[in-house]
Design a protein around this ligand. Structure first.
Ligand code: SF4
Ligand code: SF4
Length: 289
């Protein structure tokens, strides 16, 4: 906090879970990928459940850290990055789908990290958790990133109504949107969140030219639901953007849901059927991931 003329100005910060300086799977070309903590969805198949909630400082993980990298000071859990050996024991200990390894950063602090790699990347991708929970931070960050000549992408679950939050898109080159379910009942079961905003966002981002790509996860024994989602997305986007059809993989999924969903990975041939369906409906840029 800084003080100006007798009153205080609070700097905007965002909870950063992880930064990957060079990624070639978080959008086109070589990009820095920044993952924020916190997500309004609670997907059964989430591969990074430790990014869903904010730490509540219960202190359970402090006792299990093998190298003393965590401590509880004045009711707050503190993480010592230099001592941490990234064993993830704390993540396994946590019963709240949170992580103690989160750093609150200002946009200037994040810009320092981006500047270190800016000659070697084409742009940055903000992900999560759900990045749009940090919309004020993004509105401050993106103009600074654009000034470096870098591109700016959001990797989003579509929970933020983009039409009502147009200003977040002003300096954003595109959104990589998850459309996890078209069928409402399936969506309620799968992500435990209404999907009407997600579907509205699909239309809005398409109409404004900000849809970079769409992604849909395919489950092995959900023929009707898979088909409904793929059909809807393909008929909506046609050949106007990339459509990634993704196979469900059990890696990282919480044990209780692995049991419920079954220990399986969607077969390649089965998922390919949906790629072919999407292509047959005009989504010529559909690919299997
Ligand atoms: S990953 Fe967690 S438990 Fe492991 S050393 Fe780091 S802080 Fe400690
Ligand atoms: S990360 Fe989880 S276990 Fe550790 S203090 Fe926070 S809520 Fe508790």
């Amino acid at each position: 906090m800084r003080s100006t003329a007798g009153y205080s100005v609070m700097k905007i910060t965002a909870p950063v879970n992880k930064i990957i300086p060079f990624s070639n799977v978080d959008g086109p070309s070589n990009r820095m990928a920044i993952f924020f903590q916190g997500c309004p969805f609670n997907c059964r198949f989430c591969h990074n459940p430790e990014t869903i909630h904010m730490c509540n400082d219960c202190g359970d993980c402090v006792k299990t850290c093998p190298v003393g990298a965590l401590s509880l000071k004045e009711g707050k859990v503190t993480w010592n990055k230099d001592l941490c050996v990234n064993c993830d024991t704390c993540i396994k200990t946590c019963r709240h789908d949170a992580s103690p390894k989160v750093t609150r950063m200002t946009t200037d602090e994040l810009m320092e990290k981006i500047l270190e790699v800016s000659p070697y990347i084409q742009g940055i991708t903000l992900s999560g958790g759900e990045c749009t929970l940090q919309k004020e931070f993004i509105k401050e960050l993106f103009p600074k990133v654009k000034a470096l000549g870098l591109t700016t992408l959001l990797d989003s679950n579509g929970s933020l109504d983009f039409e009502s939050n147009e200003d977040i898109l002003e300096y954003c080159d595109g959104v990589m949107l998850d459309v996890k379910a078209y069928n409402k009942e399936f969506s309620d079961w799968l992500i435990r969140y209404p999907n009407d905003v997600v579907l509205k966002n699909l239309d809005h981002l398409l109409a404004t030219g900000k849809l970079e790509e769409v992604r849909t996860l395919i489950f092995p024994d959900r023929d009707k639901e898979n088909e409904a989602t793929v059909r809807y997305v393909a008929e909506t986007i046609k050949d106007r953007c990339r459509y990634k059809i993704i196979r469900y993989r059990q890696f990282g999924v919480r044990e209780e849901y692995r049991k419920e969903l079954g220990d399986f990975t969607t077969g390649e041939d089965y998922a390919m059927r949906y790629v072919e369906l999407a292509r047959s409906l005009g989504a010529s840029k559909a690919i299997l991931v």
